[in-house]
Design a protein around this ligand. Structure first.
Ligand code: MN
Length: 235
């Protein structure tokens, strides 16, 4: 019998409620993991204990990253920020990486990871980077709208099984400077960074799109979750 790895998924904490779109837990479940949602807590030690007992971390999507986290003043295009969530997720990301346990980061999760590791973000690509594609699609969430070219030799290339894929897109922030110890693994046709990964950890993978919304219908998206859960299974 193979053990199903336990996977912590971060969530949106808003006005006393915790929210997680069901596709995250469903994609983890379908890939063979046991998902559970991390509650809001102001107790850092609880997060440390969680890291000791859990096999992997999935950083989910959500609000903008506080630009203070990467040493910038807020610009007019910044959206809502959630500093308490930033702090919780920063702690979790640091602990999981220190233990070399798998981290899979999606959209906001990628941005959080890059900021925590010392990189910077465009606060609003629509204002700061003219002539970009539409990265906040109006098409259905599962619909792949723009192309992504995957960097040769990257973990993402091995996982996705393809050098060029189409992805969905629901973001207005993006990586500016890649964090030390990370590399870009995917780029949109307008130059927007669509994925990063650690070059020093076993499995720390981040994508700017939302594979959880595509995993039921899209092979590369399904493969991302399968590889993550498999990495969580093997120590
Ligand atoms: Mn995009």
């Amino acid at each position: 019998m193979t053990t199903r790895p336990l996977i912590a998924i971060t969530a949106v904490h808003d006005n006393g409620n915790t929210f997680l779109q069901k596709d995250y837990s469903e994609a983890v479940r379908a890939a063979g993991g046991v998902p559970f949602v991390v509650p809001h807590t102001a107790e850092p030690e609880l997060l440390d204990t969680l890291c000791e007992r859990v096999d992997g971390l999935l950083l989910s999507g959500g609000e903008d990253i506080d630009p203070n986290l990467y040493g910038e003043e807020p610009l007019p295009g910044i959206g809502a920020v959630t500093p308490e969530r930033d702090r919780m997720e920063a702690r979790l990301a640091q602990r999981f990486m220190a233990a070399d346990k798998p981290v899979f980061a999606i959209c906001r999760g990628l941005q959080l990871l890059n900021a925590v590791a010392g990189g910077t973000l465009y606060q609003d690509i629509e204002r700061q980077c003219p002539d970009r594609l539409q990265h906040r699609q109006i098409a259905p969430r599962s619909h792949p709208t723009h192309r992504v070219d995957i960097e040769p030799g990257s973990l993402l290339e091995r996982v996705a099984g393809s050098a060029r894929i189409r992805v969905n897109s629901f973001h207005h922030q993006a990586v500016k400077q890649t964090a030390p110890g990370f590399r870009v693994n995917a780029v949109a046709s307008d130059g927007t960074v669509e994925g990063i990964e650690s070059v020093t950890h076993r499995f720390v993978l981040a994508v700017q799109w939302h594979p959880e919304n595509m995993a039921a219908t899209d092979e590369p998206a399904r493969r991302l979750f399968a590889a993550f859960v498999e990495a969580c299974r093997t120590r």
